[in-house]
Design a protein around this ligand. Structure first.
Ligand code: GRF
Length: 195
């Protein structure tokens, strides 16, 4: 299976996914695509010999359809079987998502359906939650929605700040996403529940 990975920043999730696709793993990375030319993940992908591309969203202003029409070009050229959003920070329209429906995954730093959107760690702390975590889900037109394919839970400890909690969650994202991708690439939709 060919896997394209979309990033916007450091790409730590992309690195975890790429480094997991070895040996008898049914998938291999075919493209790392970013909306941000300065994304640190682009160099990490290139260091791993993976094709990269950049489609900057800024020239398109609020015209999401025009941006996505450009974004589609390198993506379709790479002929991915699976598309992984990994720290990709642009909201995608239903039209774009529908082209990859059923084979586009995303990782979100909360225990969905709680805390869709941004600032998830601060919201969990503010709510006094004892548990927080991350979720991998199939991408549908609705933001941070779609069938859940895996979750990892972390305890919220006294004294946790949004930063300390984000670090704990990110470490589990790096375990969860590769585990979900391996299953998904084998056609297994049973949810991965960690730890
Ligand atoms: C992190 O906040 C992570 O929780 C979310 O995307 C952000 C950047 O991740 N999934 P990455 O290091 O670019 O993968």
């Amino acid at each position: 299976k060919r896997v394209a990975i979309l990033i916007s920043g450091g790409g730590s999730n992309m690195v975890s996914l790429v480094d997991s696709m070895t040996g008898d793993h049914p998938a291999r990375p075919c493209l790392v695509l970013s909306n941000n030319a300065d994304a640190g993940g682009l160099a990490k992908a290139a260091d791993r010999g993976i094709a990269t591309a950049v489609v900057d969203h800024r020239p398109f202003g609020g015209d999401r359809a025009a941006f996505e029409a450009e974004l589609c070009k390198p993506l379709l050229e790479a002929q991915p079987d699976i598309v992984c959003l990994a720290g990709f920070m642009r909201v995608l329209t239903g039209d774009f998502v529908s082209r990859f429906q059923g084979r586009m995954l995303n990782i979100h730093p909360s225990l969905l359906p709680k805390y869709k959107g941004l600032n998830t760690h601060a919201r969990a702390i503010a709510a006094g939650d004892a548990e927080h975590g991350c979720t991998v889900h199939e991408v549908t037109a609705a933001l941070d929605d779609g069938p859940i394919l895996g979750q990892a839970r972390v305890p919220v400890e006294p004294g946790d700040t949004p930063d300390s909690l984000a670090r704990k969650v990110l470490a589990w994202e790096h375990k969860l996403y590769p585990a979900v991708l391996e299953r998904f690439a084998r056609g297994d939709r049973a949810p991965v529940l960690l730890p």
